[in-house]
Design a protein around this ligand. Structure first.
Ligand code: NDP
Length: 277
């Protein structure tokens, strides 16, 4: 007998660019699951209405949430996981009976991808560039992985200060503002959208001096300008954000179905799709 159909979706605005339906269809096929996963364009300021309508259908087992609704979802769900609570944002909603639980799998996504690329997180010194939702969402899982310290750099100082204060409220004395005296990083993560504009953060080349692992959350068909710069300056482990995308989706899938999909074929397919040459 074939499994019954269940539904999930991703809410966002805009949403046309989302690769989540491709990813989750490929995961579902690995387990012969009947999953109808759609993109849902929620009107601005109307996340709650869209999500309420969606979950009124009992076949809907969960949802992903992307920009700009992760904070709305955080406020709307019935319960929060510890990851979501610390991230201050929800990217995954799970139906458990009558209850909707909000979780955040972005941190899992980046930690898993870093580990797959051989990056040692335990006792590592991290430079985190950016203080937006992606930076805040990734930090709880990165800190859980045992980082020694985090230095935060961001264009808007007040946002960097707010992120440092917030992070220290759940992981005391680990996180501070970046200063130009900070060097010898083991890991540099670019959590800004700068690479989408082919721009670099306003930081000295010396941050790459220690041959840190370098991660750009952005993924493009070719290396981002940030990745190119790191490579030119001698960094040997330079990674883009495609693996984070696939791994955060895999963890959402696990939270819905209790099954761990194989990310490798999905990653390879998306890499090919992104880079047809
Ligand atoms: P936000 O809008 O919340 O934050 C944007 C960040 O980029 C802020 O730190 C902002 O600085 C900085 N920034 C933007 N433009 C400039 C500029 N011209 N000069 C300097 N800094 C700039 O976005 P998110 O945090 O949600 O996302 C950031 C990036 O991460 C996006 O490009 C997104 O695609 C990527 N991402 C990738 C994921 C993946 O799975 N690979 C998952 C989530 C995000 P300021 O505070 O000063 O405005």
């Amino acid at each position: 007998m074939s499994a019954s159909l269940v539904k999930a979706c991703v809410f966002g605005n805009p949403i046309g660019q989302s690769k989540s339906p491709i990813i989750h269809s490929m995961f579902a096929a690995q387990f012969n699951l009947q999953l109808d996963y759609q993109k849902r364009l929620a009107p601005e300021h109307r996340f709650v209405q869209s999500a309420t309508e969606f979950f009124a259908d009992k076949q809907c087992i969960g949802a992903n949430v992307t920009m700009p609704f992760k904070h709305d979802a955080f406020k709307w769900v019935d319960e929060l996981s510890s990851q979501a609570e610390r991230a201050g944002a929800v990217n995954t909603i799970i139906r458990k009976g009558e209850i909707l639980i909000g979780d955040n799998t972005d941190g899992y996504g980046i930690v898993t991808d870093l580990q797959a690329h051989g990056v040692e997180l335990s006792n590592a010194k991290l430079l985190l560039i950016g203080a937006g939702g992606a930076a805040k969402g990734a930090l709880p899982a990165l800190l859980d992985a045992g980082l020694k310290s985090v230095s935060v750099f961001n264009r808007s100082l007040e946002k960097a200060e707010a992120l440092v204060d917030y992070t220290n409220s759940y992981a005391p004395r680990k996180t501070a503002l970046y200063t130009h005296n900070d060097t010898a990083f083991d890991l540099v993560i670019n959590a800004t959208s700068l690479s989408l504009q082919a721009k670099l953060p306003d930081l000295p080349d010396s941050l790459f001096a220690n041959n840190p692992a370098v991660y750009d959350m952005v993924y493009l068909s070719e290396s981002t300008v940030f990745m190119q710069k790191a490579t030119q300056l001698g960094c040997t482990n330079v990674i883009d954000g495609l693996g984070m995308l696939v791994n955060q989706a895999a963890h959402s899938f696990y939270l819905w179905f209790g099954k761990k999909p194989d990310c490798e074929p999905v990653y390879a397919y998306l890499r090919e799709l992104n880079n047809p040459n």
